[in-house]
Design a protein around this ligand. Sequence first.
Ligand SMILES: Nc1ncnc2c1ncn2[C@@H]1O[C@H](COP(=O)(O)OP(=O)(O)OP(=O)(O)O)[C@@H](O)[C@H]1O
Length: 250
Amino acid sequence: MSVDSGDGAGASRFSGSGITKRFGALAVLESVDFSMGMDEAVGIVGPNGAGKTTLLATLSGAYQPSAGAVTFGGHDVTRLPAAARCRLGLVRTHQVPKPFSGMTTFENVYVAAAHGDVRSRDEAYERAIDALNLCGMLAVANRQAETLGLLDRKRLELARALATGPKVILLDEIGGGLTDSEAQELVQTIQELRRRGIGIVWIEHIVHVLLQVVERLICMDAGRIIADGEPQAVMSDPEVVRAYLGGSTQ
Ligand SMILES: Nc1ncnc2c1ncn2[C@@H]1O[C@H](COP(=O)(O)OP(=O)(O)OP(=O)(O)O)[C@@H](O)[C@H]1O
């Protein structure tokens, strides 16, 4: 792992440059450039199969890029596995929550806290309680995780990510499958993360929910970024209307 020796600007940024990801002959990401301030909130939209989840997986370390580089807070993390990126403060949630079965909600969150950048068991415990509290899960802390309903599983996914002590959280369709009022509850929690200065990258198809949190929107199509900027401007960009919203630019 090398540290950016430039003017220090890299220390406050999270970037991917020239990110290409191929599965065999299939190129899913084609030289994607992505960069954000560590405390920004960025939404990602795009049609099914555009490569959004693959980008998140490559940024978080679940996948190695076929070409390109990922830097986080001045560190070149391109070859670091997800667990090492997590200790630096970069963590993701999954589209389909994957709690550890055979463990309680608390145990799930405590294990995540212990994998973060903590110095002692007490600190991990405090982080776990704080994350459960923030995500409204103290009442179900002693429930077996596999018995939780969808909203609580989504909350648990968020609590586990939060317990690692992140600087940036990557959210993959955390609102998917929820009712509007359930999604609103998650929005409030995510807004609290923002108030704490945690950066957010959020893939979401429920755009009106996403736009309550993000100040910048990226639209992907066919493995590329086709628009990036102020959310309303991106949503009315003719290429976004054509590729994502299924409309005509005529
Ligand atoms: N492990 C893999 N092996 C082969 N192809 C894959 C793999 N993961 C993803 N793909 C393919 O890459 C393309 C992009 O998938 P990805 O899940 O990144 O899209 P997405 O924009 O997140 O879509 P959605 O909105 O449906 O979640 C799809 O064609 C998918 O089938």
